[in-house]
Design a protein around this ligand. Structure first.
Ligand SMILES: Cc1cc2nc3c(=O)[nH]c(=O)nc-3n(C[C@H](O)[C@H](O)[C@H](O)COP(=O)(O)OP(=O)(O)OC[C@H]3O[C@@H](n4cnc5c(N)ncnc54)[C@H](O)[C@@H]3O)c2cc1C
Length: 497
């Protein structure tokens, strides 16, 4: 199969890139589950941008740098924020209807922001963005979508990419492309407790590294402070915008403990709030108080403003207006990834990356809330100005592994190893880390898991999606652990004891 642009992933970055690229050539999107199975579809809070007359670029840049512990690439931050207004307007032009009042965008606030600057659609912003982008992509004659198509391996030679091998309909297929785009999202599934959907297994980082891409900032994993404490998997997120509308964290003694801890109180940066909840949980459960008494908002307001959250909490037995909601931190977002420049270039010819899989440098050591949808959008808008069509010629023989049945004993073993990886990562690369344990315990144990996986695949002769995903998780796990070990001092969301 031949295409001009091969896009791996159907979240905001992949779909938005595809729409831009379709103006220049044929686009093929491969996505490993159904098209809407993305983190994008889960995003609740909204998208940050300079949209209010009293806000300005400088302040949004300052908030991003401050939250990122000044570890950010300032040039990339300025670039993103300067392009934020037009990026949100582009979404509106495509059909996304953000909340408005008297014709003006209604804006909300989240942790680390010193201004209300987050455009939203109820508490299901990502779902609405995904719905509109999918609609536009499906209407576009230059774009073809392959669902249940798993990118197994990139086809590379002498620091250039020529496409990918995929598993589709129980066959291994080769797709040759002029440009290949990694838009595979995050890594939350490496952790026992996460808000991320099942697709977030770090495949893109593993694909990129195998192709020779550089990675950076992998140790900066953001833990969202307020996932609902239940047995559900992934954990349901109670968006920070709930605190943006006045809800407060409260401990088992009835103390609003964030009040005295940080000038921004409950809206302090996520790493600070997550760590404090983690510490408080040693003495008992922590709750989010969104009751009418605390927020002064009526039950009607809460129901209308947070329809999805209200419904889910009700299912779990909680009424927002009168019950305290038990919350706990969960792995949420990776700030680092494949190193890219302002145009998504990876350093491998004809290979680009966008969205959560990248390290553009905008997030530094900690992501400012609602900057991720923005980053994915702004950068995937930009590249098209620099794209050149080059002929794809790849005459080398491409070897294919043999496909294992989905329910083989090997697959079951791989699933078992997946659980071990999640447990290891939560224990050693979680909210509070110990470098000596990472070196002595976590890295050797993860390496053992990887060796077992190589044995199961008979050194990559046999494979299937589960086996490759698990291998990807172990490989990316080792990279995260190594990065966490090498960062000696606490910074942003990397915290060492
Ligand atoms: C619960 C939750 C709430 C969030 N809320 C917000 C918010 O309010 N604001 C904000 O800015 N950010 C938020 N985020 C973060 C944000 O949603 C993500 O960072 C962003 O959507 C990532 O977009 P993406 O295009 O990079 O990846 P994704 O949207 O995750 O898409 C990745 C795609 O890659 C595909 N894929 C992966 N591996 C392969 C493979 N091997 N082969 C083929 N396809 C593959 C997946 O199937 C999927 O289609 C939230 C995240 C979560 C989980």
């Amino acid at each position: 199969m031949l295409t001009n642009f091969l896009v791996i992933g159907s979240g905001i970055s992949g779909l938005n890139f595809a729409l831009n690229a379709a103006k220049k050539g044929k686009v093929l999107i491969v996505t490993k589950k159904k098209i809407i199975d993305t983190s994008t579809n889960y995003a609740q809070g909204g998208i940050a941008a300079v949209l209010d007359k009293t806000d300005d670029i400088k302040q949004h840049v300052k908030d991003t740098l401050e939250t990122g512990a000044y570890h950010n690439n300032k040039k990339a931050v300025e670039f993103m924020v300067k392009n934020s207004t037009s990026a949100v307007h582009r979404l509106m032009d495509l059909g996304v209807k953000f909340a408005k009042e008297n014709g003006e965008l209604k804006l909300t606030q989240e942790g680390g922001h010193h201004h209300r600057r987050i455009a939203y659609v109820g508490d299901y912003t990502g779902k609405e963005i995904e719905r509109i982008l999918v609609k536009r992509v499906k209407d576009n004659k230059n774009i073809t979508i392959l669902e249940d198509a798993f990118a197994l391996k990139l086809i590379t030679k002498t620091k250039a990419c020529f496409g990918a091998q995929i598993i589709h309909k129980n066959k291994i297929k080769t797709i040759l492309a002029n440009q290949t785009i990694i838009a595979t999202g995050g890594i939350g599934q490496l952790y026992e407790f996460t808000t991320n959907p099942p697709i977030s297994t770090g495949d893109g980082i593993a694909l990129g590294v195998s192709a020779g891409c550089k990675t950076d900032d992998l140790e900066f994993i953001q833990f969202h402070p307020t996932a609902l404490e239940t047995n559900s998997y992934p954990r349901f997120l109670v968006s920070e915008t709930v605190r943006g509308e006045g809800a407060k964290l409260i401990n088992s003694k009835g103390e609003y403990f964030m009040e005295t801890l940080h000038p921004l109180k409950d809206l302090a940066p996520r790493d600070i709030v997550a760590r404090e909840i983690y510490a408080q949980m040693k003495n008992g459960p922590v709750f989010l108080d969104c009751t009418t008494k605390c927020t002064k908002h009526s039950a009607k307001f809460l129901k209308n403003r947070f329809p999805q959250i209200y419904k889910q909490l009700l299912k779990d037995g909680y009424k927002m207006e009168k019950d305290l909601i038990p919350v706990t931190p969960a792995a949420h977002y990776i700030c680092g990834g494949i190193v890219t420049d302002l145009y998504g270039r990876t350093g491998i010819k004809n290979l680009f990356a966008f969205g959560e899989v990248t390290c553009t440098g905008v997030h530094g050591a900690n992501r400012l809330a609602s900057n991720s949808l923005l980053e994915a959008l702004v950068f995937s808008n930009q590249i098209i100005k620099k794209l050149k069509k080059s002929a794809t010629k790849f005459d080398d023989k491409i070897s294919s592994p043999k496909l294992l049945p989905k329910n083989s004993p090997t697959t079951k073993l791989a699933l078992h190893l997946k659980q071990q990886i999640k447990h290891l990562m939560w224990q050693y690369a979680g909210i509070i880390r110990n470098r000596s344990l990472i070196k002595k315990e976590a890295i050797p144990q993860m390496q053992k898991i990887l060796t077992k996986l190589f044995q199961l695949s008979q050194n990559k002769i046999l494979t299937n999606q589960t086996l490759t995903e698990t291998e990807n998780m172990a490989k990316v796990g080792i990279l995260i652990l190594q990065a966490a070990y090498h960062r000696q001092k606490s910074l942003g969301c990397h915290f060492v004891d």
